[in-house]
Design a protein around this ligand. Structure first.
Ligand SMILES: [Zn+2]
Length: 268
């Protein structure tokens, strides 16, 4: 994968990365820019900053779509800057930042450990609960929270003048359910689809997708939630609980585990 900017709408760029298949966003205003997510380490962020500087010399505002390490461990090198995120993203990073670091160290090869150890975990400096509007060099950008899904604090960055939205990991080729709220997720996406005037959606990993793709994933997540609820009530099914091929088996298993925890009232 060649890691270069791709202008997918007027002055709206994405940059895809080999590492974690991560997708970063860049929105240009007249004398300011917006960076959506910061990659997974200071080294990754430094590389990203060099790439941003090839496109624009203007100061930046940063957004974290959510508090997972691969999206925000690169925050520190962007300072001093306004870093926007959901109010619960700050709480999550406070509570799980070091845990995330040790989990990452457990699966990354030895040669990348120093890179992860040196990360200063920096939470968002500016937060909101429901919505916020940013002025990015004369260009309006809306930050929205539609409810729990992939985490309890995923936000959407909507650029209305080009009908495009950065959706973080609310949309993924294969959704990650480890911190998810499977019963809320389809409801959240439904709200987003109803509310947002957008026809292009940029996920946190992979290529930009269409509204049809988002609708399909919403429907798949709705089936999953419905089936989890049914399985929960028919206790004999709880051990099996595989439905169809919409998601890989291990993803489904994790989704059911989280859905059952929700139904047990363990995740509030
Ligand atoms: Zn991610």
């Amino acid at each position: 994968m060649t890691e270069r900017w791709q202008e997918i709408a007027d002055r709206l760029y994405i940059r895809r990365h080999q590492s974690a298949n991560l997708t970063i966003g860049l929105v240009l205003g007249d004398d300011h820019c917006l960076v959506v997510d910061t990659r997974a380490s200071h080294r990754h962020a430094a590389e990203l900053i060099r790439a941003i500087r090839e496109v624009t010399p203007t100061p930046w505002t940063v957004v974290n779509t959510h508090a997972h390490w691969d999206h925000c461990f690169g925050n520190a090198p962007f300072a001093p800057a306004e870093i926007w995120g959901h109010v619960l993203a700050v709480k999550d990073l406070d509570e799980t930042g070091e845990l995330q670091r040790s989990n990452v160290l457990a699966f990354l090869p030895e040669e990348r450990h120093e890179e992860i150890r040196e990360v200063a975990i920096v939470p968002p400096t500016h937060t909101f609960a429901d919505r916020a509007t940013l002025d990015i060099g004369g260009r309006e950008v809306h930050l929205r929270y539609f409810g729990r899904g992939h985490t309890d604090h995923d936000i959407v960055v909507h650029v209305p003048d080009v009908a495009t939205a950065f959706v973080g990991d609310l949309i993924e080729e294969v959704p990650y359910f480890g911190d998810s709220f499977p019963l809320d997720w389809p409801v959240t996406l439904h709200r987003m689809l109803q509310d947002l005037d957008a026809d292009t959606f940029v996920p946190g990993h992979g290529v930009a997708v269409t509204r049809q793709f988002v609708e399909r994933q919403q429907a798949d997540l709705a089936s999953l939630a419905e089936y989890a609820d049914y399985a929960y009530r028919s206790s004999g099914l709880r051990a099996v609980s595989m439905i169809d091929a919409a998601f890989p088996e291990d993803a489904q298993r994790m989704a059911f585990e989280r859905a059952f925890q929700q139904l047990d009232g363990q995740l509030s």
